[in-house]
Write a protein that binds this ligand. Sequence first.
Ligand code: ADP
Ligand code: TZD
Length: 596
Amino acid sequence: MGTVEPRVAAGTDVKLISGGQIAANAQSQDVTDGFHLVIDALKLNGIDTVFGLPGIPITDFTRMAQAAGLRVISFRHEQNAGNAAAIAGFMTQKPGICLTVSAPGFLNGLTALANATTNCFPMILISGSSEREIVDLQQGDYEEMDQLAIAKPLAKAAFRVLHAEDIGVGIARAIRAAVSGRPGGVYLDLPAKLFAQTMDAEAGKKSLIKVVDPAPKQIPGTDAVKRAVELLRGARKPLIVLGKGAAYAQADADIRALIEKTGIPYLPMSMAKGLLPDTHEQSAAAARSYVLPEADVVMLVGARLNWLLSHGKGKTWGGKTHKDWGGQKFIQIDISPQEADSNVRIDAPVVGDIGSCVSALLAGIGSSWQNPPAEWLAAIAERKNKNVAKMAETLAKDPKPMNFHSALNVVRDIVKANPDAILVNEGANALDFTRSIVDMYKPRKRLDVGTWGIMGIGMGFAVAAAVVSGEPVIAIEGDSAFGFSGMEVETICRYKLPVCVVVFNNNGVYRGTDVNPTGGPDVAPTVFVKGARYDKLIEAFGGVGVHATTPAELRKAMEEAVHSRKPTLINAVIDEAAGTESGRITSLNPTSGKKK
Ligand code: ADP
Ligand code: TZD
């Protein structure tokens, strides 16, 4: 377990004084230390919450942070703390802080860091690390690992601080890197020895930096705006796609004004749902497969043309084969100048922060804007109405056992009645059906698996959403998805968070119906224990567990949970044959080319 370092330099007679500062006795000067400098630097920059998991060398840090007034949320696994930090960053535009121990704790947090970078969520993973001299000579220290080198390719930036007097700069650099330009995950390596280093308190205070304008506005060029407005003006079948960058930007009123003033139909990507209410008449979400191939000019607002948008080409966009361009012209509003042309040609890139870009476009379109041609709007409305009516029919059914649709019909009503509640969502079918069935009414209320389609974000996101917003959280979870972070129901109970977890239990990954082709005793790889009672899990920690087999039972339990704000887990039993392999992305599953 390594030797315990003295907290202050040998020979200095010091004591802790209120406010967390360390003071020397009368004959020596006031001193502070690495612990307190990190805490003070975070506080100075408006950070009020830390998500983490204690252990060597950060146990005392968590205590001191709490004593100094930071909210310290302790998790059961670092990946969940990391996911919490990342989504807190998305919700608040302040970097979410995740704190982990060395090597294994650091590695556990790394998936969340990489996921944050991939999704453009600002977070800082602060990890304690072992003794540099021993690590670098590979002499086998306790939890030895060259963490900085490992974090670098997965983070937007990575820094290490070796001296107490550099803590202010280290934290400032980490904050700027996380939130400026395209946001992302930042790694900050703090070796164990740093925490115990002492320095003169006054000099320490002066060494801290309050970051001025951490995410400066980036104003788009006037030509770029003009080019985009002209392209949009000439369009016969324009379409706007809103992505989670638009949700992150918190330019909600201007985005709504742009859409309503231009009259252009829009599609929200998953986490942009609710930026305008999903019930908005210009939403083309229910006619997605019609508008993508038909549109002639598409304006992307904080959305990348990655796999989620079929790379802007292929059959989804009206191309002949999976690689063909569909003929659309693209306008792309993004803070990253390198994003344009990543998949197809962008005819009008508008580079800048979404707030500045959208207000420049609003000014550019002026007051004499003509709505898009009526035929385009009518054609969309026709498809939309047909699909909405079809869905309403499906939702009205009451099959036994309950399926995704009949269960989600309930969730849809509960979310409608509680538009401030935050919806966390993961799974395959549980994800895809929820996204298409449950309308969102306000911005940044839907948090999900994002760009990677990653499982395991559920409870971390739910904890952070509740902590950051104080609003009720509803987590709709596939039973497989839930398993990745399920132990955090203890965290939810411990902090008494208003989280209602609904596990859509269909006995397995995707479905519960696979059989072992050999007839052997092992079940198929996708199958779980049948009839599992996830509700019992939360009862172990004093939460409310409910076993729901009908929509009526589910409705009652969800209403009570949201109303009471008590930590609740509802085991919602879903037909194990409902849904499809991989949900909507079955086609991405490689299948054997070998003839049977
Ligand atoms: P979605 O998955 O919803 O389609 P993506 O994560 O693919 O969204 O895209 C988000 C985009 O938004 C990224 O390219 C990112 O650079 C951009 N972005 C993030 N924040 C801002 C901002 N404040 N201003 C402009 N662009 C932003
Ligand atoms: N591991 C990680 C970290 N992310 C993943 N996306 C997967 C594995 C693969 N995977 C999916 O893409 S969805 C899913 C897995 C394991 C779970 C689907 O089962 P579920 O949902 O029970 O959560 P449904 O509703 O039953 O389909």
